[in-house]
Design a protein around this ligand. Structure first.
Ligand SMILES: NC(=O)c1ccc[n+]([C@@H]2O[C@H](COP(=O)([O-])OP(=O)(O)OC[C@H]3O[C@@H](n4cnc5c(N)ncnc54)[C@H](OP(=O)(O)O)[C@@H]3O)[C@@H](O)[C@H]2O)c1
Length: 361
């Protein structure tokens, strides 16, 4: 048996990655860091290969990950790979809070890696949006920039990447784009900021959307990222490499995305009757004026909407294309084309998550 330590197993991607790793290697055992055993009990329902999983109670925010000494000893004696997915993925956190989990938590995972008896591969699941406010072509090997970030989450993950590169002997960084559905069939099990923003626009609550000529939406599915992380995290082929798990060249132009989204929603007579217009695209300075006018004269709910969007929607007006050369070569195929799963994703959202809420409203 060989053992790994995996963090974030109760999360959207972590659970998927864990299942794939265990299915791919019958001799793999996983210690998984969980801070709440009841959440793990729910997340692990129906998870195969439970006999090869050892949940260990701990917290990324506590020194030594809060592990009991005997547990820490067992981890350090046995582990040869770490797959670190645990993170605070909320875009609106203040910087100190995002850093406490994402940056300092990664530092603590690296400390465990350094204590291990055998050489350890540290696979860090990051975000393509460490590129922050950069525009243009984002290379996979781009490690540094001075453009700043759209939110504290992006910054804390950028800082964590720098720690991984400087402190781990053997590392790989796997940067995921935004996950919007489980697979190309469009099922959505976990709602995120993109879905919430779409719902605000669907309900006509925001008249403007950040966007400029060349803006695209890069998005991926859980199954693409899960498969890629499971395949690459412990592979010798990616030692000391950064790989971008993104749609890249097959991201969807924002204008086209709005066209097909409005056309799709207009097929529902009840939505069509509401006559909700497509939002106007605005560059960042115009969008900032729009936000300011809401702060000055908007009611409380409009202010809430504007603040919710402010943490990530401006990314839409910072057009970028993510390089995926290394990912495509290693995985043998590019990520699914966004255009192909966007409509199924909209249908999945409307059917599974929105209509009951809209009816209740
Ligand atoms: N989903 C995406 O669109 C996306 C895109 C780019 C990158 N990523 C990256 O992929 C990774 C996984 O994302 P995800 O979407 O699966 O996230 P998620 O669903 O929000 O899950 C986050 C996981 O981190 C754990 N966690 C949070 N704070 C912790 C702490 N203090 N101590 C220990 N564990 C903690 C959570 O445990 P609890 O159950 O205890 O909360 C959960 O298991 C993250 O590193 C994220 O930055 C995700």
């Amino acid at each position: 048996m060989r053992s790994i330590l995996l963090t974030g197993a109760t999360g959207l991607l972590g659970r998927d990655v864990l299942a794939r790793l265990l299915a791919a290697d019958a001799r793999l055992h996983a210690f998984i860091l969980v801070r709440d055993t009841s959440r793990w009990a729910i997340a692990s329902r129906d998870l195969p290969h439970a006999e090869r999983i050892t949940p260990i109670v701990g917290d990324l925010c506590v020194d030594g990950l809060g592990l009991e000494p005997l547990v820490r000893h067992a981890v350090c004696r046995n582990v040869t790979g770490i797959v670190h997915l645990g993170a605070d993925t909320t875009f609106s956190r203040p910087l100190a809070q995002a850093r406490a989990v994402n940056t300092e938590g990664t530092r603590r995972v690296l400390e465990i890696a350094a204590e291990c008896a055998s050489p350890v591969r540290m696979a860090f699941v990051s975000t393509a949006f460490v590129s922050g406010r950069r525009v243009g072509f984002i290379r996979e090997d781009e490690a540094e920039h001075a453009a700043g970030w759209a939110n504290a989450y992006e910054q804390s993950k950028y800082e964590a990447e720098a720690l991984v590169r400087s402190q781990a002997n053997d590392w790989t960084i796997l940067r995921s784009s935004t996950v919007v559905c489980d697979d190309v069939d469009g099922r959505v099990t976990q709602l995120n900021a993109v879905h919430r923003a779409l719902q605000l626009y669907r309900n006509g609550l925001a008249a403007m959307m950040p966007g400029v000529a060349g803006s695209t939406v890069d998005a991926v599915t859980t199954s693409y990222v899960g498969r890629a992380v499971a395949e690459l995290a412990l592979s010798d082929k990616v030692s000391r490499k950064t790989v971008q798990l993104c749609a890249g060249a097959s991201a969807l132009p924002l204008d086209e995305l709005l066209d097909i989204t409005w056309e799709r929603w207009a097929l529902e007579p009840s939505w069509r009757r509401r006559g909700i217009p497509r939002p106007a695209l605005a560059d960042l300075s115009t969008y900032a004026l729009f936000e300011r006018s809401i702060e000055q004269v908007g009611d409380a709910s409009l202010k809430r909407v504007a603040r919710a969007l402010s943490y990530f929607a401006p990314q839409l007006a910072m057009p970028k294309q993510f390089e995926t050369t290394t990912a495509d070569a290693l995985l043998g195929a590019p990520a699914p084309v966004v255009r192909d799963f966007w409509i199924p994703m909209l249908d999945g959202l409307a059917a599974m998550h929105w209509r009951p809420e809209e009816k209740a409203a």
